[in-house]
Write a protein that binds this ligand. Structure first.
Ligand code: E4P
Length: 214
């Protein structure tokens, strides 16, 4: 499983990129709004930092408008992926964009049939929202498993981006299931590095070294 970072914060993206563990970025309108800066400028800056797929979401709800927005966003950089909501209008836009060779990421997926429809419309990626399902007491990981199975049985090439990741266990469980990618908030990426026994081990090594060689 590969990792994307789920943020529009330039400093966090730079730091995560230096860690060497991410190969893409996902944003959404809420994450962009949180930064309070010009949308296209932020997307451009991200694409100059990370050499991999950068998801930028359309805000229109009608397919022709989505396509216009997508075409503008796609001009920013060759790595831009257009994030489109899982609606009838969204999938009409996905069909046209995929015919034009523009990559898409269908977002706000909460059921296996939604993922299947998005794939059949030509989506490059689908983003099932694991954490938001868990938040309402539903089985988020169960959904990821269902989509992985359906895509594998049906030889579907659309890649699965596990989104709405809340903790490192979400990441390891999604990896066991065989999801292609997890898009992870920076806070969770940092948690993934940590183990108390690693810290303790470093402390012990340093102490032993100091005792003998200081
Ligand atoms: C996906 O690409 C979304 O940006 C994201 O994962 C949503 O996560 P949230 O449920 O934490 O808002």
């Amino acid at each position: 499983m590969r990792f994307f970072i789920d943020t529009a914060n330039i400093e966090d993206i730079k730091e995560a990129n230096e860690l060497g563990v991410i190969c893409g970025v996902t944003t959404n309108p809420s994450l962009i709004a949180k930064e309070g800066r010009d949308f296209k400028q932020v997307v451009k800056e991200i694409s100059e930092i990370v050499d991999g797929p950068i998801s930028a979401e359309v805000i229109s709800l009608e397919h022709n408008e989505m396509i216009k927005e997508a075409e503008e966003l796609a001009k920013i950089h060759k790595n831009i992926v257009i994030k489109v909501p899982m609606t009838e209008e969204g999938l009409k836009a996905v069909k046209v964009l995929s015919e034009k060779g523009i990559k898409t990421n269908v977002t706000l997926i909460f059921s296996a049939v939604q993922a299947l429809l998005a794939a059949r419309a030509g989506a490059t990626y689908v983003s099932p929202f694991l954490g938001r399902l868990d938040d309402i007491g539903q089985d988020g990981l169960g959904l990821i498993e269902e989509i992985v199975t359906i895509f594998s049985v049906n030889a579907i090439e659309t890649e699965i981006i596990v989104a709405s990741v809340r903790n490192p266990i979400h990441v390891s469980e999604a990896a066991k299931i065989g999801a292609d990618i997890a898009t992870v908030p920076f806070k969770v990426i940092k948690q993934m590095f940590k183990h108390p026994l690693t810290d303790k081990g470093i402390e012990n090594f340093m102490n032993d070294w100091q005792k003998t060689f200081k």
